[in-house]
Design a protein around this ligand. Structure first.
Ligand code: GLV
Ligand code: MG
Length: 284
C-alpha cells in the first residue's frame, strides 16, 4: 500500500510572488508584500533579447537579498540554450537560492539532472516543477516523486489544450496536480490569477484550489499576496475545531469520540493535527 511520505515543510509556503528579473530593483516591494517566497523570473517575463541582462540583475538581487528572504528563481526550460546559461550563472554564484522553479517539466529525469548539477557544487535548493504541458500532466506522479513541490501553470497549459483558463477547463489538471502532490507529500502551489481588476476571481480560485489540496498560490501583484495568505490559512473556526478534535482524542485515549455532535476517529484526528501543524510556529 502506498503511504504518503509527507515531505511538506512544517509551514508550507502560501504566496509565491513573481517578479521579472528585469524589474529586480522592485524586489524590496515583493519582500514587503509578505510573500512566503519571492521569485525572480528569467523565463516568460523576459524577452529573448534581454535574457543576459535579466540574468545579471537576478544574480545581483540574489546576492543582495538571498540571505534575508526565501529567494527563488524561475530559470528557462531544460530544452533551451538559455537553461545552460541560467544554470552556469547560478552554479557560479556564491549564494544559493532557496528554491529553483523549472518550467515546462515533462519528465522526472529533468528534476534529477538539475539536482545533480547543483549537488555537484554542494548546492541544494528546493526544486519545484512547473506543470504546464500535456506531457507534464501525463507524467505528474513520477515528477512529484522527484520534486520538492509542484506549481500549476494554467496559461501555458490552456494554450496547449486550445482553451481558456476558466475554472471548469482547468479543473481536471488542478485535480491531478493536487493528488500527485498529496500522494508524494510535497507542496502544491496553484497557478497565478491574471485578473488584476478585482479580488473576486482570485478569492474563488484560492478557495477552490485549497479544497483540491493546494497549499498556496502564485501571485503576480503585491496586492494579491495578503488575499492568498489569508485564504490558504485555516479560518479561526477551522482552527478551533481542529483543537477541539485533538483535545477530545487525547481525553478519550484515542477511542471514538464526538465533537459538536459529529463522530470523530483516527482519520479526523490526523487531519486536525495536520491542519494545526501547517499553521507553522508563528501562528500556532
Ligand atoms: C505559468 O507559467 C503559466 O503558464 O501559467
Ligand atoms: Mg508558463
Amino acid at each position: 500500500m502506498h503511504r504518503p511520505l509527507d515531505r511538506t515543510p512544517a509551514a508550507p509556503p502560501r504566496a509565491v510572488m513573481f517578479l521579472s528579473a528585469l524589474k529586480a530593483e522592485h524586489f524590496d516591494k515583493v519582500k514587503r508584500s509578505g510573500a512566503d517566497i519571492c521569485l525572480i523570473d528569467l523565463e516568460d517575463a523576459v524577452p529573448c533579447a534581454h535574457k543576459a541582462l535579466a540574468r545579471a540583475r537576478c544574480l545581483e538581487a540574489l546576492q543582495l537579498h538571498g540571505a534575508s528572504c526565501r529567494f527563488a528563481v524561475r530559470i528557462n526550460e531544460l530544452r533551451s540554450r538559455e537553461f545552460l546559461s541560467d544554470m552556469q550563472a547560478l552554479l557560479d554564484c556564491a549564494m544559493t537560492p532557496h528554491m529553483v522553479l523549472l518550467p515546462m517539466v515533462e519528465t522526472a529525469a529533468e528534476i534529477d539532472i538539475v539536482r545533480a548539477l547543483f549537488g555537484a557544487q554542494d548546492k541544494f535548493p528546493l526544486l519545484f516543477a512547473l506543470i504546464e504541458t500535456l506531457n507534464g500532466l501525463h507524467q505528474v506522479d513520477a515528477i512529484a516523486a522527484r520534486a520538492d513541490g509542484l506549481l500549476f501553470g494554467a496559461a501555458d497549459f490552456a494554450a496547449l489544450l486550445g482553451t481558456d483558463i476558466s475554472w471548469e477547463n482547468m479543473l481536471h489538471a488542478r485535480q491531478q496536480i493536487g493528488l500527485a502532490a498529496a500522494r508524494h507529500g510535497i507542496v502544491a502551489i496553484d497557478t497565478p490569477c491574471f485578473d488584476l481588476a478585482g479580488p473576486e476571481l482570485l478569492q474563488r480560485e484560492c478557495r477552490g484550489a485549497r479544497a483540491l489540496g493546494f497549499h498556496g498560490k502564485a501571485a503576480v501583484h503585491p496586492q494579491q499576496v495578503e488575499i492568498i495568505r489569508a485564504l490558504f490559512t485555516p479560518s479561526q473556526e477551522e482552527q478551533a475545531r481542529a483543537r477541539a478534535i485533538v483535545a477530545a482524542d487525547a481525553l478519550h485515549g484515542g477511542a471514538i469520540a464526538t465533537v459538536d455532535g459529529q463522530m470523530i476517529g483516527p482519520p479526523f484526528v490526523k487531519r486536525a493535527k495536520r491542519l494545526l501543524r501547517e499553521l507553522g510556529p508563528l501562528e500556532e
